[in-house]
Design a protein around this ligand. Structure first.
Ligand code: BGC
Length: 476
């Protein structure tokens, strides 16, 4: 009986996490779908005019592609704060509606201008989703399996990318880009309906003074003996008011702000999205033809998913740091080799295959380390009072990095060649390795409250004033 009840609670937490991880699917689908759709959008609209003005079509294409990232930056900037104020669950619901509306606008867009509006709206939904997915799961998960559960969100990001590649392929025969983009409505609708039945984060509820609601959620997701302990821990850590942007710069939070920002920026400047967006273009420079390049791209998407599964299985056993460091080491080596391969003249035959193999291994190393670990760590390392706000800030920087790297990639290849570009990303990857080795803490198996207490103690150890180092403990 007792065992059955415990198993039921455990499965409920998996259901909640899996459903919330649909946030990642919206994110990934949006990332993967546009390159395929763009090929056909070009044929539908006159890309040389915007609002009656003549413009360079390449510029318009750039705006259509990057519109979603700009939207995502706006969404992440607002989303973190709103999640702290209105709650995690409500933000997921709003994000799903926005994403749904954005996909609908794109699917029926009669003009380029409206398509761009749809991309930005869609992006705002993605921005919300990218902050609140990991945040919500991390606050509802039991510490022992928190790594795996939060990483489900990265698994759905990678699955979303792969599904989008396959959708592009399926609709490419007739060039039906409206279907490609409109299909995003499906996961958004499932997420919205599913979330109506899911509970709010117990930690956020407690912070709002709703102790009995928090207890109720914990009793649905924990074995009975853990409920009161966890509630006590939350009670000891939480302040009643939510933090502001300024609170992120308090001396005791600052080190983790640096860690979050570093991880956010390194996750992008090591080049992952050049592969996600431009793999066929990269491979066409080798002896691969169009079809082989597209198939190899699907292969890369599949490796990304498969290795994320490995990360989900390992992350609570090995811990975050070993995966992060091993992944970064592998990425650095692969980028160095890719630079050499593209440096050699007459890239053909065997070298083409080596390049494709190295790209896959590079993606595999990202998928096991920096991919999931970034989103996981930023949901773990911040104190409750500023968690949403802090995640919002670092997520905006992650999207900004994404935007800059994807906009500069082709120009960079023109200027310093493919080999130079890979070496540059390799150099960033090496910096990232040193940065993570020195600064990123291990959070495996610890409750969010223990992580927060460690942060406070480290700060006190560094001589930061006791009352500046986080909330005063309340006695029971
Ligand atoms: C990154 C995305 C990237 C994806 C690839 C995510 O963790 O934030 O920018 O497209 O991984 O798997």
């Amino acid at each position: 009986m007792v065992r059955n009840a415990a198993t039921r609670r455990n499965s409920f937490v998996y259901v909640v996490a899996a459903l919330a991880a649909l946030n990642g699917l919206l994110f990934g689908f949006d990332t993967g779908v546009i390159s395929g759709a763009m090929l056909y959008i070009r044929r539908t609209f006159d890309m040389a005019t915007i609002l009656g003005y003549s413009v360079d079509p390449a510029y318009v294409e750039g705006v259509i592609v990057s519109g979603a990232m700009i939207g995502a930056m706006i969404g992440a900037a607002i989303g973190g704060r709103v999640a702290d104020r209105l709650g995690r669950r409500r933000l997921i619901l709003v994000g799903a509606v926005i994403f749904f509306v954005g996909s609908l606008i794109m699917a029926i867009a009669p003009t380029t201008e409206i398509l761009i509006v749809g991309r930005i709206v869609d992006g705002i939904g993605v921005g919300f989703a990218s902050v609140v997915g990991p945040l919500y799961i991390s606050e509802i998960a039991p510490p022992k399996i928190r790594g795996s559960l939060v990483s489900l969100n990265q698994l759905t990001i990678t699955s979303g990318i792969l599904i989008a590649y396959l959708v592009n392929y399926a609709f490419s025969a007739n060039g039906e880009w409206r279907w490609m983009l409109g299909l995003g409505m499906v996961p958004a609708a499932v997420l919205f309906v599913g979330m109506l039945f899911m509970p709010e984060s117990p930690r956020w509820l407690y912070e709002q003074g709703r102790e009995s609601d928090a207890r109720e959620v914990l009793s649905k997701t924990r074995v009975e003996s853990q409920v009161e302990d966890e509630l006590r821990e939350i009670k000891e850590t939480i302040r009643t008011e939510t933090g502001t942007l300024r609170d992120l710069f308090q001396p005791w939070v600052r080190p983790m702000l640096v860690v979050g920002i570093g991880l956010a920026v390194f996750q992008q400047v090591t080049g992952i999205n050049t592969v996600m967006y431009y793999a066929p273009t990269i491979l066409e420079a080798t002896a691969f033809n169009d079809i082989a390049s597209i198939l190899a791209t699907v292969g890369i998407g599949a490796v990304n998913v498969a290795m994320t599964v490995v990360a989900v299985l390992l992350i609570d056993r090995t811990g975050r740091r070993p995966l992060l460091l091993a992944g970064l080491g592998g990425m650095t080596v692969m980028l160095a080799i890719l630079g050499i391969v593209f440096y050699l003249p007459g890239l053909s035959g065997a070298l083409g295959w080596i390049a494709a193999g190295c790209l896959m291994l590079y993606v595999a190393c990202f998928a096991i380390g920096l991919g999931p670990v970034f989103w996981l760590m930023i949901s773990e390392i911040y104190p409750m009072e500023v968690r949403g706000t802090a995640m919002g800030v670092v997520t905006v920087l992650n999207w900004a990095g994404n935007l800059i790297v994807s906009l500069t990639f082709l120009g960079l290849v023109d200027a310093i060649g493919q080999s130079g570009t890979f070496w540059l990303y390799g150099l960033f990857s090496l910096f990232a390795l040193v940065f993570c080795y020195q600064l990123v803490p291990e959070t495996k198996g610890r409750s969010l409250e223990e992580i927060e207490a460690d942060l406070r103690e480290t700060a006190i150890g560094r001589g930061v004033d006791d009352d500046q180092a986080g909330p005063a403990k309340t006695d029971d």
